[in-house]
Design a binder for this molecule. Sequence first.
Ligand SMILES: Cc1cc2nc3c(=O)[nH]c(=O)nc-3n(C[C@H](O)[C@H](O)[C@H](O)COP(=O)(O)OP(=O)(O)OC[C@H]3O[C@@H](n4cnc5c(N)ncnc54)[C@H](O)[C@@H]3O)c2cc1C
Length: 292
Amino acid sequence: MNWQSGFESIISEDVHLAPLTWFGLGGRARYFVKPTNEAQLSEIIKRLGEARVPIYILGNGANLLVRDQGVNGAVIQLSQPALKSVQIDGRTVTVGAGADMMQLVRAMCKAGLGGIEPVAGIPGTVGGHIRMNAGGAFGDIGSAVASVTMLDAEGNLYTRYRDDLVFGYRQCNITGKVIVKAVLELQPEDPEQLTKRMKEIWLYKKNSQPMGENNAGCTFKNPEGQSAGKLIDLAGLKGTAVGGAMISRRHANFIVAREGTLSADVLGLIEHVQTIVESRFGVKLEMEVVIW
Ligand SMILES: Cc1cc2nc3c(=O)[nH]c(=O)nc-3n(C[C@H](O)[C@H](O)[C@H](O)COP(=O)(O)OP(=O)(O)OC[C@H]3O[C@@H](n4cnc5c(N)ncnc54)[C@H](O)[C@@H]3O)c2cc1C
């Protein structure tokens, strides 16, 4: 039996990944899989593992650069309704990893449940946010997470609880292959106050980041006690370009992809910035954006 047997309707081949990422760049996926439920997802992971096909999990592609040659493996996206459902029980919210975080933040503020509004304006899915521990000056998603349910490489489902989960700066100790769902523990608050706070956070982001241009958020992690954007700015690199890729003039840690940009341009610019910043300040900038 080949790994696709019986799943032909949820598997496509040679799928363009660029439109599925915020950078809008990159080649195709050899296979693209959209499971309709947890059981299918689990079986697909198991079969891909047995067939030794590399697996890539795609959220909203907001922190992702896909190389021009694409990926020779199976990209899985949890975009079907059963994998992005939201259930509210008092202050506990169980949410599928495929759910859109910006929509969830708005819905929770409206429902008078606080705790995830610090990630307002940060694009991505619940799975992507948890994997990256998305956040910023106002807080991060990790502090609201009570448990995470995931699949291991053999397709077995298991859950890890708060005591066992460690969320750090743009990282967490989750080693599962796929985050399937999470339980968030939120606090009842006045919906009007929450919505006001959410809007303020969103406005702060809108005014400090190049939201309207193709990008994948901060390119590099902040080195301990320093700001990557400030180092890039001090090195005089704002506005520097390789092909169509350019260091944003608005926020030096953002690379924007103008029309005609190749992923190779972005990779070239990343290398250039790392070389200059290291030679000027002795700091090796580490990637925040994930490269496939
Ligand atoms: C305009 C803009 C502003 C941004 N601002 C911020 C910010 O302020 N703070 C911040 O932290 N980030 C920011 N980002 C980056 C991005 O929004 C976050 O990293 C977000 O968490 C990415 O989620 P995603 O679903 O798009 O993940 P993707 O980009 O699709 O994937 C990112 C990584 O997570 C993995 N992943 C995704 N879903 C799952 C899953 N279900 N199970 C296992 N692994 C998974 C992927 O395999 C990949 O390794 C910004 C991005 C943009 C475009």
